[in-house]
Ligand binder design. Sequence first.
Ligand code: ZN
Length: 374
Amino acid sequence: MPKRTAFLGKTLAAAGTAAALALATAVPAAAAEPTAVEQDVAQLYQYVIDLYNGLPADALRGVDRLIESPIPRIGPQSQAADGPIPGCTAGSLLTYANKLASQLTPLEGKALDALSGLSQLYVQGVASDKTPQVFGTDGQYTPRATTTIDKLRGFWDIESWNIQLVAWKGTDLGSQAKMVQTFSLGLAPAKVKAAAALATKVLYEVPAMQGGRNPLLTLNAFSAPAGSLGGKRVALGDGLLDTVDVLGFDDVSVESVVGHEYGHQVDFAHDNHPRNESAEMGPDAYGGYFVAHAKGFAWNARTQQEVIYLDAAIGDCYHSHGTPDQRKAAGAWGEKQATSQANPNRIVPSATMIEKFQKEYPKLMPPATAASRG
Ligand SMILES: [Zn+2]
């Protein structure tokens, strides 16, 4: 049984209702005194909420997360306007993440929410690629990440020199200096030092956080536009890479995910902000085009298949990021654009690619789904 409601993403919205009811009945009549750890977690959680509330108005605007996973739940959240799509099964990555989340106690979940929200703000507002970025818990993904962003910058015809690729690491939560910088983004200056110290304390006081190595802390990636806190950037979470590895897609993880997130930058550059599933399916298509293209990674048919199964793994069953089937179809369409070109070395201009995908996208939607959208 899921033990917490704050943690539940839209993928578990229905289950969340059941969990809330279960929790309501489980509350004892006379609550025991909170333990020292509980007090620390509650105080940290409040600091992080105050921090989010103190951010500049546009700080988080337009930031696009890879999955609408449970984490982080502090800060703005997109709405699950409709119920789950009948007959749809959520992708394996979401199922796995939700299973991990359901194993946390309410205290662990609250600590995780606070710390994950904090680490996201660090990577969005403080981290910079001016210092060498280390991808993967042991740095094992750094060469692939570097190769991928270099290729992408040369591949798409958008302004690229100022799109940073930054590593999203739970272990950054253990650095006092980094936490002071993060809380300084929005918390009252008088509270910053204590809040930073508490973040690191909770990181080690709650063993489930694994000192920042619990994959749920950073089980995501995101793309942020110009004008948001920290400016144009793609962030790649260590927890996401670890999880994609567990699920068997390690061969293609960095290239697919960064290719997808960079696809959002392509849309940002052209002011293309669709308010439907094509907002996520488009980057899947551009990413597919990139990995299959002779001037991208020129991946073979087998590897292209692996990419579209990873696209499916992050699909959900709500009218938001695309279902597993839709995302798979979008990725496959993009790959086909690369492999069926008369001149394999020609790169379709990004504006043309957006236009082509917007024409194609209604065909990749099941009729019932397409018709239900306003
Ligand atoms: Zn995305």
